[in-house]
Design a protein around this ligand. Structure first.
Ligand SMILES: NC(=O)c1ccc[n+]([C@@H]2O[C@H](COP(=O)([O-])OP(=O)(O)OC[C@H]3O[C@@H](n4cnc5c(N)ncnc54)[C@H](OP(=O)(O)O)[C@@H]3O)[C@@H](O)[C@H]2O)c1
Length: 338
């Protein structure tokens, strides 16, 4: 049986969920792809584990100090890297070195953190093209909500004219709570933090940066746009007042934090900010921690997807969807080469 070795760099909530889901699906990979998937290495910032025969679930709690870094992953002999470290779009974060090292040596790479892709997306794509490695990023580009998959598969051949996305679950929850439960911003945020789905420092979400990051990934990887954060106007929800909410309620309009892309005169303009929708608009119905995307194309009109899932499982599943696409592509490559 064909053996494919997988390593995971970044072993927090998402990295661990990905490892556990991957190990629980090994029978599926054997059955559907005729492939023995082995998890050969995992690492956090300072510790890790490696075993060329494959790690099992019971061993993943005892990481060994000193086993970390791109060289550690390189030495593990992995065929595929899953990167799930912290996200920092200003520097690229620690993921950047792992992804560069992986792509430059021709290793298929699944990226879950957004930072490196926002910071250096075009150069990472070029690196993948030149080494022949596949670069996948469903986990980074809104995870359980399909975004790039819709553009690359479902709408293939169409020209995308416009994208509107409710891409951040935390801000959607906050706006929903402010609108439907009459909570102020601080009270809604306190509830989200107590529920564990808003960060202690929520500004990356509430000021719109997380939405902007996902929008850049959709634009650059889905539409070949070449945008940087400097090209975007980014507004968040932190300054929304109870008076504004009340006025929107009277007008029967629902506020959403939306990342938007519009194609005008050959260029793509991008922005993040609050838009309001009438109750009849499907985007007005996207409640709680759900996310949504509306893509308008020249030939297929409007396509809308609404999705969510329990984290971190949903993000792990998005990354492993990428893994299955890679297994399919590898099988096609092997058939073409034989
Ligand atoms: N949580 C979600 O629902 C969700 C959804 C979509 C995308 N994401 C993205 O997924 C990524 C991981 O999220 P998370 O919730 O799992 O975060 P987390 O729990 O904070 O885990 C981050 C992991 O990265 C590790 N790390 C830091 N520096 C590293 C380095 N230099 N080399 C190797 N590993 C390093 C940390 O190691 P230590 O443990 O040693 O510090 C930790 O294991 C983030 O980029 C996030 O934006 C998360």
């Amino acid at each position: 049986m064909n053996v494919v070795r997988v390593a995971i760099a970044g072993f927090g909530g998402v990295g661990r969920a990905t490892a556990n889901l991957l190990l629980s699906r090994r029978d599926r990979y054997r059955r559907v792809y005729g492939t023995d998937i082995r998890l050969v290495a995992v690492c956090g910032s300072r510790s890790g584990l490696a075993d060329a025969d494959g790690l099992e679930t019971g061993r993943l709690d005892a990481l060994e100090p000193g086993l970390s870094g791109p060289e550690f992953i390189e030495a593990s002999g992995a065929d595929i890297l899953i990167e799930a470290g912290p996200s920092d779009f200003r520097t690229g974060g620690p993921g950047l070195a792992y992804i560069r090292s992986s792509l430059s040596s021709g290793r298929d790479t699944i990226v879950i953190s957004k930072g490196a892709l926002v910071h250096s997306g075009p150069s990472l794509r070029a690196m993948a093209r030149s080494s022949g490695a596949l670069l996948k990023l469903s986990g980074a580009a809104a995870a359980a909500l399909p975004t790039l998959d819709l553009i690359e598969h479902s709408l293939k051949g169409c020209e995308v004219l416009e994208v509107e996305g409710i891409l951040n679950a935390t801000t959607n929850y906050l706006l929903d709570a402010m609108t439907t439960q009459n909570l102020g911003f601080d009270e809604a945020l306190g509830r989200a933090q107590a529920g564990g789905f808003a960060e202690a420092d929520p500004r990356n979400d509430t000021e719109g940066w997380d939405t902007a990051s996902k929008l850049i990934l959709i634009a650059n990887f889905g539409l070949d746009a070449g945008l940087t954060m400097d090209d975007l106007v980014v507004d968040g929800i932190q300054s929304i007042t109870e008076q504004q909410i009340e006025a929107w309620r009277k007008e029967q309009r629902v506020p959403k934090l939306v990342g938007s892309l519009i194609r005008t005169g050959g260029a793509i303009r991008a922005a993040v900010g609050v838009r309001t929708y009438p109750l009849s608009d499907p985007l007005a119905q996207v409640s709680g921690k759900n996310k949504a995307i509306r893509i308008t194309t020249d030939a297929m009109g409007e396509t809308i997807a609404i999705g969510s899932g329990t984290e971190p499982l949903a993000t792990a599943a998005a990354a492993l969807k990428d893994l299955e696409h890679i297994l399919t592509a590898r099988a096609a490559r092997a058939t073409a080469g034989s």
